[in-house]
Design a protein around this ligand. Structure first.
Ligand SMILES: NC(=O)c1ccc[n+]([C@@H]2O[C@H](COP(=O)([O-])OP(=O)(O)OC[C@H]3O[C@@H](n4cnc5c(N)ncnc54)[C@H](OP(=O)(O)O)[C@@H]3O)[C@@H](O)[C@H]2O)c1
Length: 337
């Protein structure tokens, strides 16, 4: 049977927000599965802010996606043909399959997806890289103590919403920063945050003073830029700043500048630490057990925003992250055959 693949390739390196012309959508025959390989029909694509950073040339924690290369993406799909001893037709699997409808894999870094534990999209959210990032970033890097104040930026997003809930489970006072009143209401009323600040309403510094009157013990930062500067100005003594991401800077066309008030780290005897989730790979298992327990008990809620479409809808799905369209984990479900 001849199958046609739809593939999204990087056509040029974007300047600022990616444009339609930075992408190339191709239709081409699916390759042949050789011994030791299997064919996956991709069902759910993870749409991640970091994808924008992978499109840039230069040094990072992973090599850049090259021009003409299939866009890198984590995804869940079903094995539909196999000549691999460990992967059978019908298996649901997670891997870096790329933005395409079909992927041929040799099984490296591919893991089974246990849909008896939770539906597949949750394995890209709370039980996937987002949940793991929130778990290790908060607990290992942030080291919150019960009663301390934890502030999370990008709080209504995938990582942020989980990090804030884990802080709440650990007995912390949790303040989220997010865009718009609806997201803020969701954080407090649905996820049990103690307070939420709409950064788009302005005056973030004053709002932090109101909602973190004793200062910030842990700042879990997904946003960077002006948000980071506002939080540095409110650090409690001995605070930990967790550099998870800096989405406000990912489309910057000017040279990045560090926080102007970084001397607040000295004043507060604070630390600021970056981390990359892949460094925790040998501890993923312990985190998944705890995240799954919290999901089962109802202490942790996973929220996925699943957009249905085709490979050609990926460029706009990526832009949705920078517009702030998503609440929770943004996923592109590839419908059809
Ligand atoms: N260190 C690691 O290993 C690791 C692993 C995974 C992810 N990350 C990082 O974690 C962060 C969150 O990722 P995610 O997958 O959970 O994405 P996400 O938060 O679900 O989606 C992005 C959100 O960022 C907010 N945003 C977009 N542009 C903004 C701006 N200019 N200023 C302030 N907020 C803005 C939007 O929400 P609003 O409506 O609230 O603006 C948007 O919904 C990213 O920085 C990502 O790179 C790091």
């Amino acid at each position: 049977m001849t199958r046609t693949n739809t593939v999204c390739r990087l056509a040029s390196r974007p300047v600022g927000l990616p444009k339609v012309s930075d992408w190339q959508i191709d239709e081409e025959p699916v390759g042949t599965v050789s011994d030791g390989q299997f064919l996956v029909r991709v069902e759910y694509l993870s749409v991640d802010p970091a994808m924008r950073t992978w499109m840039n040339a230069g040094r990072s924690y992973v090599p850049p996606v090259e021009i003409g290369e299939v866009m890198r993406a984590g995804a869940i799909g079903r094995v539909i043909d196999s000549r691999h001893p460990q992967f059978a037709v019908g298996d649901e699997v997670y891997g870096t399959f790329g933005v395409q409808r079909y992927a041929i894999s040799d099984g490296r870094d591919v893991t089974p997806v246990d849909t008896t534990l939770a539906p597949a999209p949750v394995h890209l959210g709370a039980l996937g890289i987002s949940g793991l990032t929130a778990y290790f970033g908060l607990l290992d890097v942030g080291r919150p103590q019960p009663g301390q104040t934890v502030v999370v930026s990008g709080a209504a997003g995938s990582v942020g919403s989980i990090a804030g809930q884990i802080a709440r489970i650990h007995g912390c006072r949790v303040v989220g920063i997010a865009g718009g009143p609806d997201k803020c209401r969701w954080l407090v009323e649905e996820l049990g945050f103690d307070a939420a600040i709409d950064y788009r309403a302005g005056d973030l510094r004053r709002q932090l003073k109101v909602h973190a009157p004793n200062g910030i013990d842990v700042f879990f930062d997904n946003v960077g830029g002006a948000t980071l500067e506002a939080a540095l100005a409110r650090l409690a003594r001995g605070a930990r700043v967790v550099v998870c991401g800096a989405i406000s800077q990912y489309n910057a066309t000017d040279e990045l500048r560090g926080p102007a008030n970084y001397m607040q780290l000295l004043v507060a005897r604070a630390s600021m630490t970056g981390f990359v989730i892949f460094d925790y790979a040998d501890r993923y298992g312990e985190a998944v057990v705890r995240l799954a327990d919290w999901l089962r008990s109802g202490e942790l809620r996973s929220h996925e925003q699943v957009v249905h479409g085709d490979v050609g809808d990926f460029p706009d799905a990526l832009l949705a992250l920078f517009r702030g369209d998503n609440t929770g984990k943004l996923i592109l479900a590839l419908d059809g055959s």
